[in-house]
Design a protein around this ligand. Sequence first.
Ligand code: NDP
Length: 356
Amino acid sequence: SKVLLTGGTGFIASHILDHLLECGFDIVVTARSQAKGERIIASIANSPNVVNSVGCKVTYAVVEDIAEDGAFDEVIKTNLPLHYCIHTASPCQFSFSDPVNDCLLPAINGTVSLLSSLQEHASSSLLRAVLTSSSAAILNPPNHRPVYDESSWPDDETLNWDQAADPNAPGDTTYRASKKFAEQAAWEFMEENELSWDLATINNTYTFGPLPRSLDVKNAGELKVNTSNERIADCLTGKWCQVIPRTAPVFTFVDVRDVAVAHVRAMTRPEAGGKRFYVVGGFFSNAKIAGVVHGLCRAKQHQHQQGSEVENKGEEVEMCQDCVKFDDFPENHWKFDNARSKEVLELECRSLEESV
Ligand code: NDP
């Protein structure tokens, strides 16, 4: 079967691509330029799944501006029959000079124009589209609900167009609104049209984890990590030595490898159709991340002293007295219910220790 994967240069998409390859799919990825497309292909040249599996193919197509009407027409028409689509491409940063054109329109129009093109050109073969939405389309900060699940959306008073489109809006408000509106627009499209295929959304939360190829693919070797991993890089490169920046009292994370598996299972499992999936591994704060790094350093030091070079996988780390001060969670914070991801997708998420 053939999968169209948009935003192939991305952090999350690179893991989805790996997992699709492992599962033996043919894949066409989109990138914003030929150079980026070539870098994606070069990055998987040595993947055992590409070299060894008979007939497993990866190609790329250039889609320069996802906000343009019909942006995906060409790639879809030239890759028929297409069976699945995973749409990850969307601005994922917290600073925009032009919130509407740099973030809201690419997110919303990019999603709707993709779904329209799929219907127009690929409906005879297409089985499902999976949209990478976000927990931003679930949570309602700062007025948190006691428990969140897939029935939750941010209130319009808390997150609306006027706030998000304001040139002085905080970047994270614009970003969160782009995810809410893009997902709403996707479900509206599905409701308003008679379709022979369905939609699932992955509402993953703050995503940490390894950067397999995305540094090279995205930035041609420049050392800049993706937005959600920046805080881990900041911690490791000593930016928190004096002061650990405060996060919201609690926040949730998930490991990118679990997010990739969630996408592919949501794509192929019949019972996943028509559903949102809240994909979340657990809670974190910057202080907790610092605590994990502190624990890992202690364990490494201990191994060094013992002269052993055992690989440390995080879960073996013993916390010390000092680690207590990294535990800054308030007692009665909000909770999440990710039972649907566990039941339908059979997702067992990695711990913060392993992810960091
Ligand atoms: P990345 O920034 O690594 O990837 C974003 C991808 O979208 C890149 O391929 C990028 O292309 C592409 N893109 C961004 N803006 C545009 C645009 N205007 N036109 C075309 N392509 C564009 O981020 P992630 O991998 O983390 O994010 C992927 C998806 O996951 C996004 O939809 C994001 O909202 C969602 N998500 C991410 C979370 C996280 O914590 N990381 C949490 C929840 C959801 P290019 O490389 O050329 O810039």
